[in-house]
Write a protein of this length. Structure first.
Length: 156
């Protein structure tokens, strides 16, 4: 594991991750929420790798996972809370296959001309450096696709 420090040398900064992003979308809140569910689910992609379809069971306790077929896959999170179209909250290890727990919050609110998405990713655990470095870019890529999809649907 790229965490080179001994457990006794780890600080709270070594064990936590905090990402916050605001996304302004020129589309109705319902359209934006639907685009969010689609981009986190079946339309998900990874930069440089392409499609990585996920399954998102959009109800309390529902799973968010990568389905590889043949009963193979990778569990990412459970839906902790959902209140359409203003809240989606997920809790789980996400893409990190080691001792870690993440909480994702998507809070949507109407604003003049569209929707504001407030995103937070908080994590606690032995977070590998590569994941710490790549997580902001990964979320920003997903959020750009949510924005584009919602705004594209809004113009049609």
């Amino acid at each position: 594991m790229p965490i080179a420090k001994q457990a006794s040398q780890l600080t709270i900064e070594d064990l936590t991750l905090s990402v916050h992003e605001e996304i302004h979308v020129r589309a109705a809140i319902e359209t934006t929420f639907q685009a969010l569910l689609e981009q986190l689910g079946p339309l998900n992609e990874v930069p440089e790798r392409g499609a990585m379809p996920m399954k998102l069971e959009a109800w309390p306790g529902g799973r968010w996972y990568r389905d590889l077929g043949g009963e193979n896959g990778h569990f990412w999170a459970h839906v902790q809370a959902i209140k359409r179209p203003t809240l989606l909250e997920l809790n789980g290890p996400l893409f990190m296959s080691y001792p870690v727990s993440s909480n994702l919050q998507y809070r949507l609110s109407e604003e003049p001309g569209g929707t504001l998405i407030e995103f937070r990713h908080l994590a606690l655990g032995l977070i590998e450096d590569d994941h710490r470095k790549g997580v902001v870019r990964g979320w920003s890529t997903i959020h750009a696709r949510v924005k584009a999809a919602a705004e594209g649907a809004h113009t049609h």
